[in-house]
Design a protein around this ligand. Sequence first.
Ligand code: GDP
Ligand code: ZN
Length: 347
Amino acid sequence: MAKKKETFQRKQTPIRTTRSQRRTLIKKDGELPDGYKKGVVISSIGRVYLVGPTESDSDNEANIIECSPGGTIVTPHQDTTIIAVGDEVAYIESGSDGESDIPSGVIVKVYERKNSLSRRAAGKRPYEHVIASNADQLLITSSMITPDFNRRLIDRFLVAAEIGGIPAALCVNKCDLVDDDIFYEQFEVYDSLGIDVFFISAKENLNIETIQDYLEGKRTIFAGQSGVGKSTLLNRILGGEVQAVKEISERTGKGCHTTSYVKMFRMPGGTSIIDTPGIREFGLWGVEKSELALYFHEFDEYRLNCKYPSCSHIHEPGCLVQQAFVDGLIDEGRYESYIYLFESMED
Ligand code: GDP
Ligand code: ZN
């Protein structure tokens, strides 16, 4: 019985996705209706999108509009999520929906994305699922222990961030639980790759100001696996704001599980945070298996001189990357991540 149910769910997901995308006609060009306004998507719950003024607008706390996608949307993006949190959009107001006191509108255009954090959405025909777009940076949140630091997930996020064109940094939480240097040494490799690593304790309020400095004036995506303390950190940084956005999302969500949705929190001074659901693993989008090594920059000085141009750097003879690993010049955990990611990708 249980097996049957699993098969049923697997089949349903891609079909539903395709249908919901078909309800909207996508056009590359087109005239916008008179009286349209511009805004940024701050949350997406099913087919309900909250749109607010961009961070550069002075009154960005006011004027949140609950939007649905128009019958036709003008967008340069094809075969991808039509509307994602972070997207700049044009909408027309259509009054209030009567149920909530939030004004409603219809999204008629999605402007070109500057960048995006994307994953591969599974299905018969895989497509790009945009987790969030137009970000200045990605903060990959993890914890020292409980749950253990998940290097594969971190390295996967680093690759996805680079593919999407978003600079990334690491935040390692729960530092109050460890004091042995050995815990900290495992992050030295990231330092050598030029990736900032922040050691914090959200619970003990340790080093939170370094995170605040990093966030200042930027739009940052927070991503990581659940349990690492992302909510605790967000509460620390945002205070009451988290609750306020939660409430508005719950009102508009109409019973959806709002905790699993992407939400943008805005703070004074043009600082904003895009919170994403806890994720353990995800498929990479926008990279061929044979290109994966390009995103492991510690391979750069070796990979061009491998004996075979199509070297996977895993088993071929005459591979200088493998040699560098054997000689202790490439970090073991990172090399393992590479193999794991490589093997998880389709040919
Ligand atoms: P999320 O799933 O990433 O949002 O994680 P939560 O914020 O819900 O935290 C998960 C658990 O870790 C909770 O029991 C928190 O109290 C705990 N926690 C969060 N931050 C810290 C920290 O810095 N140190 C310790 N010791 N526990 C923490
Ligand atoms: Zn090689």
